[in-house]
Design a protein around this ligand. Structure first.
Ligand SMILES: Cc1cc2nc3c(=O)[nH]c(=O)nc-3n(C[C@H](O)[C@H](O)[C@H](O)COP(=O)(O)O)c2cc1C
Length: 207
């Protein structure tokens, strides 16, 4: 299938270079704008790697301030990759706004207390779902997973769901953050911020 003619014209007028604020504040500004226009603005692609082989998957951002937080299973592929390489990148694509944000940095695991606090704030069925799934491991059929979920639902009816030991959270401390705004005639706007010690330095990049 040849899709070379698939082309969308961008005509956004907003000018990102007039924003004289830190990238963390700019992320918040864009995020608040995205919340009004994008169906799942917290969805991002997380890339990790093992022995120079990258892998990506979609994730949900759960918190951001100076770091960017998400939750997952430590025994998954990404979990195994993060243990040996803490470098990772996050990619947000907010199609409705013609905006992309790339964040690169280093990951660190959240404390067990923080992870547990978040785990028990989730709906019971999400807790049971996490308990029933050994993420990224082979299962003989989908029914096996569904049966495990229902068995756990009965087992822990009116009881506290046990915390799944492989469940965890990470925070990414950013080193580079790049904002991309789609523009007319493919003259997109890009601004890249790099952290130098505790100071952010910015430069405009050619699209
Ligand atoms: C929109 C979306 C959001 C997702 N959010 C998460 C998440 O927050 N945590 C998670 O572990 N997996 C999430 N997933 C599933 C992952 O994409 C992936 O399938 C899973 O984490 C296993 O990845 P791995 O085998 O590379 O570790 C999400 C998938 C989609 C499509």
């Amino acid at each position: 299938m040849n899709i070379s003619k698939t082309r969308k014209t961008y005509k956004n007028k907003s000018d990102i270079f007039h924003v004289e604020i830190s990238p963390l504040k700019l992320f918040k500004k864009w995020y608040l704008e995205a919340e009004k226009k994008v169906s799942e603005p917290n969805a991002f692609a997380l890339s990790t790697s093992f022995k120079n082989k990258p892998s990506s998957r979609m994730m949900l951002l759960k918190k951001f301030s100076t770091n960017f937080t998400f939750y997952t299973n430590i025994s998954s592929r990404k979990g195994r990759e993060i243990i040996v390489n803490e470098s990772a990148s996050m990619l947000f694509w907010w199609k409705e706004m013609q905006r992309q944000i790339r964040i690169e940095g280093t990951l660190s695991q959240l404390s067990l207390a923080t992870v547990k606090k978040y785990f028990y704030s989730r709906p019971i069925d999400s807790q049971l779902g996490a308990l029933s799934s050994n993420q990224s491991s082979k299962i003989s059929s989908y029914e096996v997973l569904v049966n495990e979920f229902h068995a756990n639902k009965l087992r822990f009816k009116n009881k506290k769901v046990p915390f799944p030991i492989n469940w965890t959270g990470y925070q990414l401390k950013p080193i580079t953050i790049e904002f991309w705004q789609g523009g007319k005639d493919r003259l997109h706007q890009r601004i890249e911020y790099k952290r130098n010690k505790n100071k952010w330095e910015s430069r405009i990049l050619s699209p």
